[in-house]
Design a protein around this ligand. Structure first.
Ligand code: MV4
Length: 501
């Protein structure tokens, strides 16, 4: 087993990974940029190394600096978290060349799933359902012919793309030429590669992904699904498991397809197979594979009882994953809400500033993964995710209610958050019925008028003043805990001249 791991990331996920390391008795090395000098993730580590300026290119995306930091600290392995270099095949390769272990899949697996067109071809060959369509078309007339065959609406996607970049929905033949031009241009700008593919557009689909997990001895299982349809502009807001759309039969069938997909690229470590599901026909199609730990992994952890990050580390060290598919099951229902520092009333623009107050909910069945505490600064350099609030309960209705209570208990002052917006989602009849597709937020909650007005307007002036004063004094009263990683400093067993001597 590794003795020391460098975490090439920041914020809540860096802390999440360090917790797993500590549980396994592994030392942790955090890296930090200029903007993260006083961050919680840096304080949480056994050792810290400064890696550069605030801009990600100069720090968390700088492969050379990260590898030098790992070697200097004598770490055995690097955990990339999500985002940043987590899906860079070249980084995974460079880590291995430096005689360090990349805690993730092989560079070959990352590469094989990195290209939409190539991965789609590989999936078809493996017998995994993909959306009807074509790759490798060149001329506009070929696209026209293909669209006619598939039937409108069609979707043009960038082969090199992901996450919705270079995508165009085309309703009829009149729009096709311009969509091809536009998507091609965008793909060239974003990925330096203007290859496009064409597919049948599945309207009002659900986005359902399967967690898969494999070891380096060829054992692969799925850990059930996550329903991720509540999102806007490709940013997920609420995730849950089980999906209200799936029957047990469909769950099992899709799980088997997910394992087949992962097996086709000799996958090991944690990974996610994304599907879109047509809610009318319940047909499902492979979209892409994410070759990393995902933001929403906690809902899977709470319902399966597995610590995915610990298992990532253990299989990277060569251990076997000990559970067969039959031994795995889900208990209850889990929901995650992503608390963002952003303003729903102002086109969801990121909101920056000092966290004057930051009180996380707690209690049975409540988990908060966050990278902030009161007094911290939320800057524009990084993703505005403040915290992930995850609840676990016996059934979906109870979990929704628990989430609503927990969101009410979550107090954030100093920046604007999407907490009230998420309350509007959870309180909606469509959500209660599990009838939410990927277009739902945009068509039901985007108009600012349907949003609940800021709750503070209903609060009396006196309470406001009292809250503001309390906030200010609380922040100033915070002591700096420099010795967080020491075991109990005040233990009587440690006092040299104490009663023990
Ligand atoms: C689709 C689709 C409908 N039909 N493909 C969006 C990002 C990329 N992962 C693929 N995406 C989609 N592909 C076909 N043939 C709808 C989406 C889509 C989507 C998928 C997952 C999560 C959110 C989404 C939001 C809008 C569109």
């Amino acid at each position: 087993m590794f003795k020391k791991i460098l975490i090439a990331n920041r914020g809540e996920i860096a802390i999440r990974i360090m917790r797993a390391c500590k549980d396994l008795g592994i030392k942790t090395v955090a890296v930090y940029s200029d903007a993260d000098k006083n961050s919680l993730h840096a304080q949480f580590a056994d050792e810290v190394i400064h890696i550069g300026a605030a801009s990600p290119k100069e720090s968390y995306l700088n492969a050379d600096v990260l590898i030098r930091a790992a070697l200097a600290s004598q770490a055995d392995a690097i955990h990339p978290g999500y985002g940043f270099l987590s899906e860079s095949a070249s980084f995974a390769g460079t880590v291995a060349s430096a005689n360090l272990t990349f805690i993730g899949p092989s560079a070959d697996s990352i590469r094989a799933m990195g290209d939409k067109a190539e991965s789609k071809i590989a999936m078809k060959k493996a017998g995994v359902p993909t959306v009807p369509g074509y790759e490798g078309l060149e001329s506009e007339s070929n696209f026209k012919q293909a669209a006619k065959e598939i039937g409108y609406p069609v979707l043009i996607k960038a082969s090199a793309g992901g996450g919705g970049k270079g995508m165009r929905v085309v309703a009829d033949e009149a729009e096709l030429g311009e969509a091809i031009q536009g998507a091609g241009r965008e793909a060239l700008n974003s990925f330096g590669d203007d290859r496009l593919l064409i597919e049948k557009y599945i309207t009002d689909a659900h986005h359902i992904e399967f967690q898969i997990f494999g070891d380096q001895h060829g054992h692969l299982v799925h850990l059930f699904e996550r329903e991720c349809s509540v999102q806007r502009r490709h940013q997920k807001i609420v995730e849950e498991t089980p999906s209200p759309l799936l029957t047990n039969e469909l769950r099992q069938e899709m799980g088997e397809a997910a394992v087949k997909a992962a097996r086709a690229v000799n996958y090991f470590n944690a990974g996610t197979i994304e599907f879109i599901v047509d809610p009318d026909t319940l047909q499902y199609f492979f979209l892409e594979m994410n070759t990393r730990l995902q933001v929403e992994h906690p809902v899977t952890e709470l319902t399966t009882g597995l610590d995915l990050v610990q298992w990532q580390i253990r299989v990277a060290a060569g251990e076997r994953f000990p559970y067969s598919q039959d031994q795995l099951s889900q208990r209850g229902h889990a929901i995650e809400c992503r608390v963002y520092a952003e303003d729903p009333a102002n086109n969801f623009l990121p909101s920056t500033g000092k966290l004057l107050q930051f009180i996380e909910p707690r209690g049975p069945g409540i988990r908060v993964d966050s990278g902030f505490r009161a007094g911290d600064e939320v800057t524009h350099f990084y993703d505005p995710l403040l915290a992930k609030l995850i609840v676990h309960a016996e059934d979906r209705a109870t979990a929704i209610q628990k989430m609503q209570a927990a969101l009410r208990e979550f107090i954030v002052h100093g920046v604007v958050t999407n907490i009230d917006f998420m309350q509007a989602v959870l309180a909606h009849e469509d959500f209660a019925q599990g009838k939410v597709s990927t277009r739902w937020v945009e068509s039901n909650l985007e108009s600012g008028s349907s949003l609940p007005q800021n709750r503070q307007q209903a609060v009396g002036l006196q309470s406001l003043i009292a809250a503001a004063l309390a906030d200010l004094t609380i922040v100033n009263r915070q002591s700096k805990i420099e010795n967080r990683n020491e075991s109990d400093l005040y233990s009587p067993w440690k006092i040299p001249s104490g009663f023990r001597n």
